[in-house]
Design a protein around this ligand. Structure first.
Ligand code: SF4
Ligand code: SF4
Length: 410
């Protein structure tokens, strides 16, 4: 296993981290026997970082990891978990949740602690509850060793967050298709230039970079090397970036683990040849040619005075055609519908024209939004959003951490 150091502390972490979000599941629960076997094999092969979160597997992931660690593995791995913005309703919830996490994980110190899923709303919420001083105190008290955040917002916010605190690390979505989305390559390089370690999540974009590939993409990969899998191309390209410290991968099957270990062993920083990089560029170009709207996700058009998230609308709309993902409509409803925040879907556009002058791709944004609306916003959308709102409200009521430290229901 290769290791890269977290610049702020010199802590060496394996370039392949274990993403606990996709532990194997049987009958709706973590298959503990299978997950334990996978973790043992990963650790034997040198993986030294396991990532989880308060919400993963309905709160069972931290409990399972606590059991696993206390069976003799605590000293062999770094453990990461996250503060969920959705469960924080007042400042005192921060310490209640943190103490619950320590109890579930059965540890005295959490090695890597993140603010979960930062975007404009969650960042504002964490700031309103003075979460950054809270993290500083935890670090002073040696209850956490490294402080970081996971991110799903826009690039301008990413830089703002990076500059707001002496973070040790951050976790971003980054892959062949997201070079210009969210934090993107620019954000990655910005964080690295500030000495913040970058851990990459969604390296295969939830599997969409390895399943149902357009024929042209398969041809481009195979012409270069018939043996190399699309997964290896995708991971190798990320590890090639000097600013990347680790890739987190959710490995549900033994084959996933064995493949990823092999890919990690064959990878490196700046090892891809000019020809290999050309292959990846041509794959990106193929994906771009298949998109309906030539949006690069640069976000220069933002913000919209009526709340439309144009880059996200185009990204999800494009994904239907690029990745043959029909379920993107559901994602679109849930992510942009406002069930858990402010709505930002295409039909909120009032055709004011403010965004038009900012688009370097000269996209007729309001016109394209009409197409997004027509395709993505079917009559089911509003009832689904209303139902999700009710469910989330009920979940929040049950998810509040209890003062006596007893396990919450999430
Ligand atoms: S044209 Fe539509 S998307 Fe663009 S700024 Fe105006 S309302 Fe927003
Ligand atoms: S400015 Fe144009 S290319 Fe950039 S995100 Fe907006 S629509 Fe997409």
């Amino acid at each position: 296993m290769q290791y890269r150091k977290v610049k702020a502390t010199g802590d060496p972490v394996s370039i392949l981290g274990y993403g606990g979000m996709r532990f194997p599941v049987t009958a709706g629960k973590i298959d503990e026997e299978k997950a334990t076997e996978l973790l043992k094999k990963a650790i034997e092969a040198g993986v030294n970082y396991i990532d989880t979160a308060y919400f993963y597997h309905n709160g069972q992931s931290e409990l399972f990891l606590g059991k696993f660690l206390s069976a003799g593995y605590r000293d062999q791995v770094k453990i990461a978990t996250k503060m969920p913005p959705w469960s924080v309703h007042k400042k005192s919830d921060l310490s209640l949740i943190f103490e619950d996490q320590i109890r579930k994980l059965k540890v005295d110190v959490i090695d890597y602690y993140l603010l979960h899923a930062l975007n404009r709303e969650t960042w504002a919420k964490f700031n309103a509850f003075e979460t950054l001083p809270f993290l500083t105190n935890l670090k002073k008290e040696q209850k956490i060793a490294h402080v970081g955040f996971s991110f799903h917002g826009d690039r301008a916010l990413f830089k703002e967050v990076i500059d707001a605190y002496p973070w040790d690390f951050c976790q971003i979505q980054y892959n062949i298709l997201d070079e210009l989305n969210q934090a993107g390559k620019e954000g990655l390089e910005y964080a690295a230039s500030k000495g913040v370690a970058v851990f990459v999540m969604e390296p295969l974009r939830g599997g969409s970079l390895v399943k149902n590939l357009p024929q042209q993409v398969q041809d481009a990969y195979q012409t270069f090397d018939a043996e190399r899998s699309p997964a290896e191309w995708a991971l190798r390209w990320i590890w090639n970036h000097p600013g990347v410290t680790m890739i987190l991968s959710g490995m549900t099957e033994d084959q996933h683990l064995q493949d990823n270990l092999l890919y990690a062993q064959r990878s490196g920083m700046n090892v891809m040849s000019h020809e290999e990089l050309q292959v990846v560029s041509s794959v990106k170009a193929i994906y771009q040619s298949l998109q309906k709207v030539p949006c690069t996700g640069c976000q220069y058009c933002m913000p919209c005075p009526f709340g439309v998230d144009m880059p996200r609308c185009f990204d999800l709309y494009n994904s239907v055609f690029l990745l043959n993902q029909k379920n993107m409509k559901g994602f679109y409803w849930l992510q942009l519908g406002g069930a858990n925040g402010t709505p930002s879907y295409a039909s909120l556009c009032k055709n004011c024209g403010k965004c038009l002058e900012h688009c370097p791709q000269s996209i007729d944004i309001p016109k394209e939004l009409l197409k997004v609306k027509a395709y993505m916003e079917t009559p089911l959308m509003k009832p689904v959003i209303a139902g999700t709102k009710v469910l989330l409200k009920a979940q929040k009521l049950f998810a509040r951490p209890k003062k006596n430290g007893s396990r919450d229901s999430v």
